[in-house]
Design a protein around this ligand. Structure first.
Ligand code: NDP
Length: 489
């Protein structure tokens, strides 16, 4: 007996739309098996989503008191917690990431995103200035912040729910309506979030989901739509450029969190065990598919061999396998196409004379996982900053280890990139830690840790890594427009 098709549907103007075409497959990257069909939104459905979002603003959502909006964010957090394992299962099915990571990072952060932005928005004040005028008169200036309007939210496949809620929570909290376009590869959790937001009483039209691809599909239709007041986008630098071109004629604000080619700098006084544990996370977390992941490791020459040997041992200790097994630490890459891209960089590294210390191939994990996009955690030596695998973002479980002699040399090697997202510095000399961390040309600079986030602090990148910052007050600035009122007293 054939199973009925399970559809992942679009959510438009408060309702799930009935599929009206063949759709496209939702595929489990761990096995390569299709587990559902996704309804691809056409131009007309995207239009309905944008006009529904506009109507929600006019029907009162934009003027809802802050107290009610923040209470709704808290209810959403509670409801995600109540349906926690459903979100975990959906995220694992879409991405193949280990179930422990989905619990501890992805879904836990979705809850934290809603709670943190409820707190931040509830505590936000207004700027005001008293201006002294000639003759002793005064004027009062104050800025009122209004919702930006209808916000297009476009997110990638690597941390789908985490990145989605990082944008949706502050956008809704500030009184905007959103139209979300998740990656075609990870459609499930954005759809589940539609259910949750309806359950907690979000008015129809304030949250919409349109599924599909980028060019000539939902992504393009959304960014081309004249009813969009701003775009918040996380994805590759190349797509960011494209989106910017699309919205440029209408001069819409953009917030871009783009790619990275992040460096770690390890000094000879670093605590070896802590550094190895931190580096292992920063290189291999989410199979290297985090924009913040380290792909360049600069190590002071006197400890180079020890760090290289230690990191190789850690990489070999990672456990690839069934994502639903608790002991699995490392999942597959997102798709065969992405694995092809990473394998091409492995070939390039070999041509450039790299020595592969560990990995470099496709692991044997048994017949059930044969169809998945698996790749061995890989470490290289012998490359320099001139080589393409050290210059270009690979977005896989790979890193190049490169020696340095002096602090100045380490800083200039780390900053020798067009990207500027994140870095980490490993040293027990805290004066040096502060100095080097501040010298990094990046948005986030860590000392003796990595991906440790306080969600009230700014997040974003420089250069090819993005435009603007989100997090805490930075999010409130992006998702609102100020009107300055000047009153002669
Ligand atoms: P892409 O840029 O390919 O896609 C990102 C999103 O944009 C997807 O939803 C995609 O749809 C959509 N999209 C693609 N083309 C267009 C278009 N022309 N118009 C509108 N939307 C479009 O990135 P990936 O999904 O491959 O994600 C990996 C990239 O994301 C890496 O470069 C990584 O560094 C970056 N990233 C950055 C982060 C940061 O915070 N700085 C965090 C996480 C990832 P579809 O997938 O359906 O094609």
């Amino acid at each position: 007996m054939t199973q009925p098709v399970r559809w992942i549907r679009n959510f438009v103007d408060g309702e799930f739309a009935e599929p009206d075409g063949p759709g496209f497959p939702a595929v489990d990257p761990a096995t390569g098996a299709e587990f559902a069909r996704v309804h691809e939104a056409g131009r007309e459905l995207v239009h309905r989503a944008v006009t529904g979002a506009r109507a929600a603003l006019h029907n009162g959502w934009a003027d809802t008191p802050v107290r009610e909006r923040t209470a709704l964010l808290r209810r959403a957090a509670d409801r995600i917690e109540a349906r926690f394992e459903e979100f975990v299962a959906a995220e694992v099915a879409d991405t193949g990431k280990p179930v422990t990571q989905a619990r501890e990072l992805d879904v836990a952060r979705a809850v934290a995103n809603f709670r943190t932005f409820a707190d931040v928005i509830a505590a936000a004040g207004q700027e005001s200035f008293v201006t002294d005028l000639p003759g002793g008169a005064q004027a009062l200036n104050y800025a009122v912040r209004k919702p930006l309007g209808v916000v297009a939210v476009i997110v990638p496949w690597n941390l789908p729910l985490l990145l989605l809620t990082w944008k949706v929570a502050p956008a809704l909290g500030c009184g905007n309506a959103v139209v979300v376009k998740p990656s075609d590869q990870t459609p499930s959790t954005a759809t589940l979030l539609a259910e949750v937001l309806a359950e907690v009483g979000l008015p129809a039209g304030a949250y919409n989901v349109v599924h599909g691809f980028g060019g000539d599909s939902a992504g393009q239709y959304l960014t081309e739509h004249p009813g969009i007041d701003g775009v918040t986008f996380t994805g590759s630098s190349a797509t960011g450029t494209q989106v910017m071109r699309t919205v440029a004629p209408r001069v819409r604000p953009v917030s871009f969190e783009l790619g990275g080619k992040n460096a770690a700098i390890v000094f000879d006084d670093a605590d070896l065990d802590e550094t190895l544990a931190g580096l292992t996370r920063s290189v291999f977390a989410n199979t290297g598919q985090v924009c913040l992941c380290t792909e360049r490791v600069y190590v002071q020459r006197s400890v180079f061999d020890d760090v290289a040997a230690g990191l190789v041992e850690q990489a070999r200790g990672l456990r690839l396998g069934d994502p639903l097994t608790e002991r699995t630490t490392t999942g597959p890459l997102i798709s065969p196409e992405h694995r092809r891209k990473v394998l091409d960089y492995l070939a390039l590294a070999e041509e450039a004379g790299a020595k592969t210390l560990t990995g470099g191939g496709i692991p044997e994990l048994g017949p059930e996982l044969d169809g998945g996009s698996w790749l061995e955690p890989t470490l290289w030596t012998g490359l320099t900053n001139k080589d393409r695998p050290v210059r270009e973002e690979i977005f896989g479980p790979v890193a190049a280890l490169i020696p340095f002699d002096t602090e100045d040399e380490a800083i200039s090697l780390a900053n020798d990139t067009e990207y500027g997202l994140a870095s980490s510095v490993w040293t027990q000399d805290l004066r040096r830690g502060h100095r080097v961390a501040q010298a990094m040309h990046v948005g986030m600079s860590w000392v003796n840790t990595w991906f440790l986030r306080d969600l009230r602090s700014p997040f974003g990148g420089m250069g090819l890594s993005g435009i603007g910052r989100e997090g805490g007050a930075s999010s409130l600035h992006f998702y609102t427009e100020p009107t300055n009122v000047c009153v002669r007293l």
